[in-house]
Design a binder for this molecule. Structure first.
Ligand SMILES: [Zn+2]
Ligand SMILES: [Zn+2]
Length: 297
């Protein structure tokens, strides 16, 4: 059996067996990483989309969930997903208004969000949630009042439940409140992305039916709590992510993050779990596909 380089220079190895009919080519996917959270529509990443996706495919990324955080960014994320998705690297999008942008939510937003959620390749509602670190009392970057954040979150959860879509949740300094809100929406599933809270909160999030997302933060020296939870979390409830352009993992810490770097976090987390990288990538990929209703599963 001889290995050829894929003509598109992606991470797929094209294996051609001498004993097979020449028309039969087996594509052996070296890795199958699913970056479940990145912001390709952000000004830091959007201008270099083609190069970023090329590097992601070379690193073994086979699927990406491109997250919207305003209605405008969600529209762009959907366009990018539709324009750039390929057989080697599938790109999906989410649509929603991040708690940092909750003040943008007005009477017309719900109809606009529903329209975005009906477009091809949009598979989740998000990024939504609560961020009580950046509420109206923050001295430098005042955000939306907690009450407004909560209203916007609830509006999204109503829509997610009606459309049977999973949600992508951001929670900062707000776990208790967030858990009590999502418990009112039984049946809604999703992921608490970039999970950094303790095991007790993690347990409650899992009991509420949600997944936990882990990425670059797990590799940070001072993040022992993240590692503790990532080592303990049931494997079938784990997703991996970059949160690019933020939170680049070691050894890229401090650089602009990008989907290719999910490979560093995945390797780190696989070691933490005592699993082969390939198997860890396959399982977390399957988790993401199930959660977001992608593919045959
Ligand atoms: Zn977030
Ligand atoms: Zn995000």
């Amino acid at each position: 059996m001889r290995a050829q380089e894929c003509p598109q220079k992606c991470s797929l190895q094209v294996l051609e067996a001498a004993s097979y009919p020449s028309a039969l080519i087996l594509y052996s996917v070296v890795l199958m990483l699913f970056d479940s959270h990145c912001h390709l529509a952000s000004p830091a990443l959007a201008p270099q989309l083609d190069a970023l996706l090329g590097r992601a495919a070379e690193a073994g990324v086979s699927a990406i969930l491109n997250i919207g955080d305003t209605l405008e960014a969600s529209a762009l994320a959907q366009q990018q997903a539709q324009a750039c998705s390929s057989a080697q690297l599938e790109v999906y999008a989410s649509a929603g208004v991040h708690p940092h942008n909750a003040l943008q939510w007005d009477d017309e937003s719900e109809a606009q969000l529903r329209a975005l959620l009906s477009l091809p390749r949009v598979v989740a509602v998000g990024e939504i949630g609560l961020d009580f670190f950046y509420d109206e009392s923050h001295p430098e970057h005042p955000g939306a009042p907690q009450k407004k954040q909560e209203q916007v979150l609830e509006a999204h959860l109503h829509i997610a439940r009606a459309l049977e879509l999973s949600v992508v949740i951001h929670s900062r300094d707000s776990d208790e409140r967030l858990l009590s809100v999502v418990r009112n929406f039984s049946g809604v599933r999703g992921v608490f992305h970039c999970f950094a809270s303790d095991k007790d909160v993690a347990q409650q999030v899992l009991e509420a039916g949600f997944h936990l997302g882990f990425g670059g933060m797990a590799t940070f020296k001072n993040a022992s709590q993240v590692r503790e939870v990532a080592a303990w979390c049931p494997l079938e409830r784990m997703l991996i992510e970059t949160d690019a352009p933020y939170l680049a993992p070691v050894p890229m810490r401090g650089k602009s993050n990008e989907p290719a770097f999910v490979a560093y976090s995945a390797r780190f987390l696989a070691d933490l779990r005592g699993l082969e990288l390939q198997e860890f990538a396959r399982l977390t990929s399957l988790n993401a596909r199930r959660l977001f209703g992608i593919g045959a599963e």
